[in-house]
Design a protein around this ligand. Structure first.
Ligand code: KG4
Ligand code: ZN
Length: 318
């Protein structure tokens, strides 16, 4: 079964063909990120206009690279929610018209669940078995920080989420305070690598007794620290970036592994842009080993927004 996936929830315009819910036949992503970087964040108007100009060519390229023609598609899937309304509308309108023209079924997929499903995808010559379920899913992206209990690919139950900022959002805002550019996550990770470790400390709110997160406090703590030292030529940017990253990745790892213990799951699936962070990956894998928990991350490109995760999950939810 070949499914065409379309993803336009934010600044990426993406299309992919996935076979039988797991095998990626093609995965095309174009991004307008560079056009937003000078504003320090995504400008919804620019994002949706770029989606409009790219979508047809991106879908055509996905079919071409998959060596699949329209008649060989069994269904079409598109990101339904959440995302920027203008960007989502472009993908949904295109997908609706496309599926109607072909006379194929159309499924709307939850973008957050799809980030976790990215762990099930593989290349055509890869024989890796699928992760075992039930599992806990940790989604860490620019817009979301959530924990799910996943019984099977149709049943995702939300068990924890951020009360304020998402992890990626906190990375982006702190990078702005430290004048490190946008997107903030990779910029902070790079700067933190230059730090003398342990010189400065920041702490995240623990939200005890819950599986919820809160990152607006630590973001404000970094802002106050920067303001207190305003004008100092030798402000320790690398140490601040390291302390922020260390605290936020500690908190994410602790909460996710606590969720595994509470729900007696031996599998943890991680997804979303912040899953590219090496400190987070290292802490989850090492601490997971101690508790007998197997941690899965998608390959780097599949941590970020893509349409293969949409097409793959649609196989189970169509
Ligand atoms: O999942 P994604 O591509 O888009 C959303 O759906 O939000 O995630 C983008 C987010 C941004 O906030 C970016 O700063 C963050 O992921 N990110 C990282 C890293 N790479 C991307 N955060 C921390 N470390 C990274 N290496
Ligand atoms: Zn995303």
């Amino acid at each position: 079964m070949n499914i065409l996936g379309i993803e336009t929830s934010c600044d990426e315009t993406a299309a992919a063909v996935v076979k039988d819910g797991r095998t990626i036949l093609s995965n095309v992503v174009v991004s307008s990120l560079r056009e937003h970087s000078r504003y320090g964040g995504i400008i919804p108007e620019i994002a949706s206009r770029r989606q409009l100009t790219c979508i047809s060519a991106v879908v055509e390229e996905a079919l071409h690279r998959a060596k699949v023609n329209e008649q060989q598609l069994q269904a079409v899937a598109v990101t339904g929610y959440p995302g920027l309304i203008g960007s989502l509308l472009v993908g949904k309108s295109f997908a609706r018209a496309y599926a109607a023209r072909l006379g194929k079924p159309l499924t709307e997929i939850d973008h957050i669940q799809a980030h976790l499903y990215a762990n099930f995808l593989r290349d055509p010559d890869d024989r890796t078995p699928a992760p075992e379920l039930p599992a806990i899913g940790l989604v860490v992206s620019g817009g979301h920080t959530s924990l799910y209990h996943i019984r099977n690919p149709r049943q995702f139950r939300l068990i924890g989420q951020t009360r304020d900022d998402a992890a990626g959002e906190a990375f982006d805002k702190v990078a702005r305070v430290l004048a490190l550019g946008y997107p903030g996550g990779p910029a902070i990770e790079k700067k933190a690598a230059e730090a003398k470790k342990g010189a400065i400390k920041f702490t995240c709110a623990k939200m005890p007794g819950t599986l919820d997160f809160s990152y607006s406090g630590i973001k404000t703590a970094v802002l106050y620290h920067k303001n207190e030292h305003a004008g100092e030529a030798d402000y320790p940017v690398a140490e601040v970036a390291f302390a922020f990253q260390d605290s936020i990745t500690d908190n994410l790892a602790d909460k996710a592994l606590d969720a595994c213990r509470r729900h007696q799951c031996c599998t943890l699936l991680v997804g979303g842009g912040v899953a590219a962070n090496k400190s987070l990956r290292h802490k989850l894998i090492e601490r997971g080993k101690i508790g007998g928990i197997k941690v899965h991350f998608p390959p780097m490109p599949l941590c970020l927004d893509n349409a293969a995760m949409i097409a793959g999950l649609a196989m189970h939810q169509a």
